[in-house]
Design a protein around this ligand. Structure first.
Ligand SMILES: O=C(O)CCC(=O)C(=O)O
Ligand SMILES: [Fe+2]
Length: 205
């Protein structure tokens, strides 16, 4: 599969090449159009609350968590009990595993209904994900800007467009040093769904 050279897009900052892989046409337009319609109507979407500065706020997007039955996972302080894999999510997982040669056991779905939906600066560094997690992030629908900033120097920034059907692999020690977000967009935006396949190792206590 062809890989786009995404390191030429941002003049100025060269993002470390060993931390990201980008496959622009992992799904065809036709495949992603069918998939997004199906996911929008069939997934039991929830709008979760997170506690920020002692206040409960609704996350500005809808989410759902699928995975192997025993893999409970906490994300931003919220516990997720996974929904059992559907056939099409399992098939997508297997297709990604074959391409990347990496194992995944769960997927977090994010549904951005329009340009007002977003995800705030964070890194995916929960202990359950292990030391240097591989995360496979599949985007369908509206192309949105994905931004990175260096944790020690917020001026070090990097952005790329996550296009319809594109698969982005985040790997190595990316989550240690960089945060990422999907900013809100003021222009009219169509729906977008992002599926982040992860390998979760539940903590024993
Ligand atoms: O929607 C995206 O592309 C990113 C989602 C994300 O960062 C996450 O689920 O941790
Ligand atoms: Fe993330």
């Amino acid at each position: 599969m062809n890989q786009l050279n995404l390191f030429g897009i941002n003049e100025g900052l060269i993002f470390p090449e060993n931390l990201l892989d980008y496959y622009p046409e992992f799904l065809t337009r036709a495949e992603s159009r069918i998939l997004i319609k199906k996911l929008i109507t069939e997934v039991p979407w929830q709008q979760r609350t997170v506690t920020m500065y002692g206040k409960e706020i609704l996350t500005p997007r809808l989410t759902a968590w699928y995975g192997d039955n025993n893999k409970t996972y906490s994300f931003s302080g919220t516990k997720f009990d996974p929904i059992t894999w559907t056939n099409e999510l399992k098939e997508l997982k297997q297709k990604i595993e074959i391409l990347t040669n990496l194992p995944f056991n769960s997927v977090l779905l994010n549904y951005y209904r329009d340009g007002n939906d977003s995800v705030a600066w964070h890194s995916d560094d929960e202990t359950e994900l292990g030391e240097n997690p591989n995360i496979a992030s599949l985007s369908i629908g509206q192309s949105r800007i994905f931004e990175f900033r260096h944790k020690k120097d917020y001026h070090k920034k990097y952005a790329l467009a996550l296009e319809d059907g594109a698969l982005l692999i985040m790997k190595g020690d990316l989550q240690h040093h960089w945060e990422h977000r999907i900013p809100k967009s003021k222009v009219f935006e169509l729906p977008r769904i992002n599926l982040t396949f992860r390998s979760v190792h539940p903590l024993r206590n």
